[in-house]
Design a protein around this ligand. Structure first.
Ligand SMILES: [Fe+2]
Ligand SMILES: [Fe+2]
Length: 183
């Protein structure tokens, strides 16, 4: 039997706090994902990329619904930063889509790579006492990895300045995770 946060160090949050932080940051992240795709679709409403984006956005909506439900069930205080993610997510989506469909896909690859790491780390910290949450996170991680692969198939890496764009978006995503865990 593995327990949640069993490898925690002195000063690390206890299991209850850790789980609350996970639900808070994941709800914020899935909200951000919904907003990114909304921004992309506002700029690129039609075409091959738009069809793929619409599919991915549907999954993000399901992910968000799940964490919205968990926020209520587990009485977790939601992030205070939703108004920021509302605007920043949409802006990131719209800005990348304005650079073209491949840049929009490059955005998805960058975000999903960060989320893959983030969900993996959470799944490692969750014990058998949180098996259901761990399974949910693992399922969602699988969806995010599939989105990354789909975006790669759409030529994400052929975007001009891919390296810089990707590094910038990853840094922003990591900052958003850090902030939404705490605030
Ligand atoms: Fe998601
Ligand atoms: Fe995703």
């Amino acid at each position: 039997m593995r327990e949640t946060a069993e490898n925690r160090l002195p000063g690390d949050p206890d299991a209850k706090t850790l789980v609350e932080q996970m639900i808070r940051v994941d709800q914020a992240g899935e909200y951000g994902a919904v907003r990114i795709y909304a921004g992309q679709l506002a700029v690129l409403p039609r075409g091959r990329a738009a069809d793929a984006i619409r599919h991915m956005a549907e999954r993000e909506r399901e992910h968000l619904d799940t964490f919205d439900r968990l926020i209520v069930e587990r009485r977790v205080r939601p992030t205070l930063l939703s108004p920021i993610w509302h605007v920043a997510g949409f802006a990131l989506g719209a800005a990348t889509a304005a650079l073209g469909p491949k840049a929009a896909m490059a955005c998805t690859v960058a975000v999903e790579e960060v989320i893959d790491e983030h969900y993996s780390r959470q799944a490692e910290q969750l014990g058998d006492d949180e098996a259901e949450l761990r399974e949910t996170i693992e399922t969602f991680r699988g969806d995010e990895v599939a989105h990354r692969d789909e975006a790669l198939e759409h030529g994400a890496t052929e975007t001009l300045g891919y390296g810089v764009l990707s590094a910038g978006i990853k840094a922003g995503s990591r900052l958003a995770i850090w902030l939404s865990t705490r605030l």
